[in-house]
Design a protein around this ligand. Structure first.
Ligand SMILES: Cc1cc2nc3c(=O)[nH]c(=O)nc-3n(C[C@H](O)[C@H](O)[C@H](O)COP(=O)(O)O)c2cc1C
Length: 209
């Protein structure tokens, strides 16, 4: 299938063709597809800051240990995991479930208690895991979707989170699991072969760990 080709050919691209602008429509199309990612109780605990202005990319590059790809990529996405997405989205999720027939109205309180039991209170570690886990699925969806649109990507966690939060007005309680640079491979760059992957026998267990 086509998406398996996207997965097989995706690479973390270090050299982007600089100065290529990607239209707002294409950026939004990419995010729209990524937004179909699954999430726990469909709570979608992600937000995205699109950084495409060259001056803003320079600022982000400084927060990202001066990695040149941050500036050379057409745009960079700051993936934001939002621990408060439960409070923000739960009513809308339940409304849609009721309307579409996924859930009877009488089950609302039971489901709400399940969400809080599983994902914890806003400040808890559980809640942070919830946000990061789901936002990372969104991020992976986005990287595969990018391939489908003819774009290349590079995920990064080499950055100073406090600096990114400060420079891009991201509230303190949010978490930034990664940045994703997006653009086109620089002309005449030959990628090195893909680096090692472990043999399945090292990490795949059947029935018991
Ligand atoms: C969460 C995450 C953070 C990463 N951070 C960086 C980074 O800051 N800088 C970098 O050059 N590569 C970074 N990488 C890229 C990895 O080095 C790369 O995915 C890995 O070497 C495998 O290569 P491939 O993606 O081409 O298959 C990151 C990858 C992930 C998934």
């Amino acid at each position: 299938m086509e998406n398996n080709e996207s997965l097989k050919s995706r690479r973390s691209i270090n050299f982007f063709e600089p100065n290529i602008e990607i239209s707002q429509d294409k950026i939004l199309e990419l995010i729209e597809i990524a937004n179909l990612a699954p999430s726990s109780f469909n709570l979608q605990p992600w937000k995205v800051v699109v950084v495409k202005d060259s001056e803003r990319k320079k600022v982000l590059r400084q927060c990202a240990f001066n990695q040149p790809k941050v500036e050379e990529a057409s745009f960079v996405l700051i993936i934001v995991a939002d621990p408060l997405a439960i409070e923000e989205n739960i009513d809308r999720v339940f409304d849609s479930w009721e309307k579409l027939g996924y859930m009877q109205h009488e089950m609302r309180q039971t489901y709400r208690s399940m969400v809080y039991q599983l994902q914890g209170e806003p400040d808890s570690l559980k809640r942070k895991f919830f946000a990061i886990k789901n936002a990372s699925l969104f991020a992976m969806n986005l990287m595969v979707a990018a391939k489908g649109l003819g774009l290349e990507t590079h995920p990064m966690d080499g950055f100073d989170e406090a600096c990114v939060k400060k420079e891009f007005n991201i509230p303190e309680e949010k978490i930034i699991p990664m940045l994703i640079a997006v653009g086109y491979l620089k002309k005449d760059i030959q990628l090195l072969p893909r680096a090692f992957r472990r043999d399945l026998s090292e990490f795949v267990k059947f029935e018991r760990f």
